[in-house]
Design a protein around this ligand. Sequence first.
Ligand SMILES: [Cu+2]
Length: 159
Amino acid sequence: MNTATRIPRRLVPRGWIAALLILPGLGVGGVAAAHDAPGTRQPQPARTISIRMDDAMRFHPDHLEVAKGETIRLRVSNTGHMAHELVLGEASALLAHAEAMRRQPDMPPHHEANAVTVAPGQTGEIVWTFPRAGTVDFACLLPGHYEAGMTGKIEVVKR
Ligand SMILES: [Cu+2]
């Protein structure tokens, strides 16, 4: 009689083989998920400074101090009845730009990252990082405003 020596094939646990093939895939997925964890690649503004502009052709405040390397959100509000803008730059470049705008008053409003044009009663913002110590100027370059004294300074200091 040899029926007692037959091994039923259906008892071989094939399910284990399937599990071993699937698990490495899950492991890879786990590593990828870990890479999606919240990072710090996007620098957040360290602090917000509010600046008000008005029809007296002044910025309030018109003198700021920031630390070298600091990222600032400038919230720029306009409490006047005419448009104003805040343009960051070197004084010489601002002056040249102001003269160009006086010669060509139809020049479209600024959309550069270093500038914001704000309608009466509105608020805009610029997020800017100051990598070097020294002075950064800002001004309103709408025709006649720079000449009327609508300028300010940011002192970038080492800390
Ligand atoms: Cu202005």
